[in-house]
Design a protein around this ligand. Structure first.
Ligand code: FES
Length: 158
């Protein structure tokens, strides 16, 4: 996944919001639209969304941070998701994730200094019988171990 988000433009952002305000429950569709267009929900969009939907910025921030799919910052050129759900935890997923984050020197949702990869948690990839599971961009990978992750990260230049 290559994310080269265009610079957010106020008119573009207002247009995205306007396309969804007629919907019942427009907030999630608006956030998904921002994510699709910009690769994240730009901070400069939050006052526009809050005003359009008559909600507080704190409320909006709560929604954005509750849903793991929404980003408040642009992602790296690749996105590695590591499963943190129970079945993967039971077979070492947490230790694998901790070691990976430590090795890359980032925390969850962080991006490596060279912009190569962002690491995000995911809660089940449907590979529960083959955990620990991960996903690099759109490719899901089962039975991930340190060596396999090192190889994946090397392939994307992390
Ligand atoms: S719990 Fe990890 S893939 Fe389902």
């Amino acid at each position: 996944m290559t994310v080269s988000a265009p610079a957010p433009d106020l008119d573009d952002m207002r247009a995205i919001i306007a396309q969804h305000t007629h919907l019942e429950g427009p907030l999630l569709p608006i956030l998904h639209a921002f994510q699709d267009v910009f690769g994240h929900v730009p901070e400069s969009a939050t006052p526009l969304i809050a005003e359009a939907l008559n909600i507080s910025r704190a409320e909006l921030h709560g929604v954005i941070s509750f849903y793991h799919d929404f980003r408040e910052n642009p992602a790296g050129r690749h996105v590695l998701k590591i499963c943190r759900a129970e079945a993967c935890q039971a077979v070492g997923g947490d230790a694998l994730a901790d070691a990976t984050l430590r090795k890359l020197g980032i925390d969850w949702h962080g991006t490596t200094a060279n912009g190569a990869v962002t690491v995000e948690p995911v809660y089940c990839l449907g590979l529960c019988a083959c955990g620990p599971a991960a996903m690099m961009d759109d490719k899901v990978i089962g039975r991930v171990d340190g060596a396999k992750l090192d190889q994946l990260l090397a392939e994307v230049g992390a």
